[in-house]
Design a binder for this molecule. Structure first.
Ligand code: ADP
Length: 659
């Protein structure tokens, strides 16, 4: 079906799909253009949110795994350190058992005893693999030392300011990290009282180098730090960090260190570590020791964040700190973030695509519904129009029937008129006819009277001759009345062919009395074979009219020239033309204008009805011909009758003249 999709009146339905796009959008009209931008913005926000969540989750879990590994590493290092230090615990105690040391403490001034003690200490130092072993008296003066031969030997030095000395004099084992005052060599000092615990006669000290441990710590990804009770780094996998403070040192503490020369005037710079954030408690050991420390993310200056994990070293106030690089965790987190972002974008785009698809389907459904509505509207209108059409068709049919009826009535009226015209012509002829009949009747009366006399006389020859004359007269009268009867009867017997010359003969015969009265010069030029399409009776009626008018026009015309009527027929194509020309007065201007008007006549009452030319033109028109009139240049009127040429004698019956 073609035609508009939407009925013209249904504008709301027609515009609905267009105005509904985008479907379900509640945005005001002005913001509709910004919708794609907003959607992009929302997409970007959601993708970055997913990315950051993914980053955070992945980073945290990677850090947790790294922290677990770090704790294991830290525990291993702590155990190694602990066992390394415990390894030398026995050395100071051993000296208290040695008689050479005891002898020296009894007689410190005896050079022989001192030499023996020095030798012993030197041998012990070498065997134990320690850095220095030495003995102090109760006042803190070095009595003997393993390094007695070296120029920077401690021998004779007062080391009473050293905390390890004081601890030992108090009867305890001293543990102390310090930097040597003579050679600035850092080391771990272990001390023990000599003699009685309550009143020691001296102190035995052993200094251990921790450098081998440090060397073992050199790791690619991690930094290991050992801080003492003051928070000062005493061991570090990166040597440049050594003797730096991990936490801020108060001025008092710095003052104390200067006095005790613990770090031998080292500047103890603050390590530029800042805490980024504290993570959950990491170490189970830390919890056990009651010295819980949380794992944290720290940053050295502006460097990348590092995971800092701490573990207390049992038996000391020291703390091991492991700093590990978090770049792997960051890379993993970035990968996860990217994956989360891409996945989110994918899911969102998938959702958007689904939404678009759903919208398109909805729009199609709406369009189909609109189309169906339009179709049914169209069908309704078609049905309406069809109903209208059939109504007007019925009306037309009724009108046609009415016209047919009117035409029949008209035809009947026309027939009636023709008949009236004919009867009028008959009326006009009646005087002549009466005269025409009176003559033979008078002759009949005279001849029949004479014939009786000739019969009495026995003149049979004359009787015979008179009877022949009577028969001739009766036949003539019969022909006259027959022609009249034929002319006056209603035509319409369906004949459609008439011979022109015969029709002219019959008309002239009917008008014979008037022709005799006027006595015109009658000129005929008609091919006797010419036949026209017309009912012969009707054609005669036309000719009676035209010839009658011509006779009227020339009647009484005084010559010369005398009255003249000329009939001339010729063929022009398929039409036969017959001109009836007279030499009367011609047509007046008024007559010319009103010639074919019914009841127009210039003749006196009783002579003319004014119907002759009107009816003649009607008859010729009906048969596909015409009638025209003109004034001849040489004077007189000239009427031209035109009728179609009849096909050659197809039905001989048609040629038969109504006699
Ligand atoms: P009627 O003969 O009864 O008057 P017609 O219709 O035959 O009616 O003629 C109408 C009028 O046309 C006539 O009255 C006459 O004035 C004029 N007319 C017809 N034929 C001729 C003619 N041959 N010459 C002059 N006038 C004519």
């Amino acid at each position: 079906m073609t035609g508009p999709l939407h009925p013209p009146g249904d504008t709301t339905r027609a515009t609905a799909p267009a105005s509904a796009a985008p479907t379900g959008s509640c945005l005001p009209h002005g913001l509709r253009g910004a919708a794609p931008l907003l959607a992009l913005l929302a997409l970007a926000v959601l993708v970055s949110l997913a990315g950051s969540l993914g980053y955070r989750y992945s980073y945290d879990s990677a850090l947790a795994r790294q922290a677990e590994r770090g704790q294991v590493q830290l525990r291993l290092y702590a155990q190694a350190l602990e066992s390394e230090l415990a390894h030398y615990d026995y050395v100071p105690g051993l000296l208290s058992l040695d008689e050479r040391i005891a002898a020296l403490l009894l007689r410190p001034d005896d050079p022989a005893r001192a030499a023996r003690a020095n030798d012993y200490l030197s041998a012990l130092n070498t065997r134990a693999g320690t850095r220095v072993v030495y003995v102090l008296d109760a006042r803190g003066k070095v009595l003997a030392t393993s390094n007695w031969q070296r120029p920077d030997s401690y021998l004779g030095e007062d080391l009473s300011f050293r905390p390890y000395f004081r601890s030992a004099m108090e009867g305890q084992l001293g543990r102390f990290y310090g930097v040597g005052t003579t050679r600035s060599e850092s080391g771990y000092y272990l001390s023990a009282p000599l003699g009685e615990r309550d009143n020691p006669a001296g102190v035995a000290v052993v200094k251990i180098g921790l450098d081998p441990l440090e060397n073992r710590w050199q790791g690619a990804d991690s930094q290991m730090l050992l801080t003492d009770e003051n928070g000062v780094v005493i061991l570090a996998s990166d040597p440049s960090w050594k003797l730096a403070a991990l936490r801020p040192l108060s001025p008092e503490a710095r003052d104390r260190f200067t006095r005790s020369l613990q770090y031998n005037r080292s500047p103890l710079p603050q390590l530029p570590l800042t805490t980024v954030r504290t993570l959950g408690n990491g170490d189970g050991d830390g919890n056990r020791s009651g010295n819980a420390t949380s794992d944290e993310l720290v940053r050295l200056r502006l460097g990348p964040p590092m995971l800092a994990q701490h573990a207390a070293l049992p038996g000391t106030d020291w703390q091991l700190t492991l700093l590990t690089n978090t770049s792997q965790a960051r890379v993993a987190a970035l990968n996860t973030a990217a994956l989360a972002g891409v996945l989110t974008a994918f899911v969102l785009l998938l959702g958007a695509a689904w939404n678009v698809r759903r919208r398109i389907i909805n729009e199609r459904l709406a369009a189909r519904a609109a189309l169906e509505a339009a179709n049914s509207e169209l069908e309704r209108k078609v049905a309406e129009r069809t109903a209208d059409l059939s109504t007007s068709n019925q009306r037309l049919q009724a009108e046609v029937a009415e016209r047919v009826r009117a035409e029949t009535v008209l035809r009947q009226a026309q027939d009636g008129l023709l008949q009236s015209g004919k009867l009028a012509a008959v009326g006009q002829m009646s005087t002549g006819i009466a005269h025409e009949l009176n003559q033979p009747l008078a002759a009949l009366r005279t001849i029949s009277g004479n014939t009786g006399k000739f019969l009495e006389r026995g003149d049979y020859a004359t009787v015979r001759a008179n009877l022949d004359t009577i028969i001739g007269l009766v036949e003539r009268m019969g022909r006259i009345t027959g022609a009249l009867k034929s002319f006056a009867r209603k035509s319409g017997n369906g004949r459609r062919r008439a011979k022109l010359a015969e029709a002219v003969d019959n008309a002239l015969f009917l008008l014979q009395t008037r022709v005799d009265a006027v006595q015109p010069d009658l000129h005929r030029d008609i091919d006797p074979t010419l036949a026209v399409v017309c009912d012969p009776n009707r054609l005669e009626q036309v000719l009676v009219n035209l010839l009658g008018n011509a006779l009227d026009a020339v009647a009484g015309k005084a010559g010369p020239p005398g009255p003249r009527i000329a009939l001339h027929a010729h063929l022009a194509g398929a039409m036969v033309h017959l001109t009836v020309r007279d030499n009367g007065a011609g047509l007046s201007e008024e007559a010319f204008a009103r010639l074919f008007e019914p009841f127009f006549t210039t003749k006196p009452a009783g002579q003319g009805l004014g119907l002759g030319l009107t009816l003649s033109a009607g008859i010729l028109n009906e048969n596909g011909g015409s009638l025209s009139a003109a004034n001849h240049p040489d004077g007189g009127a000239c009427f031209t009758l035109v009728l179609p040429l009849a096909p050659h004698d197809a039905n001989p019956q048609d040629a038969e003249h109504a006699g």
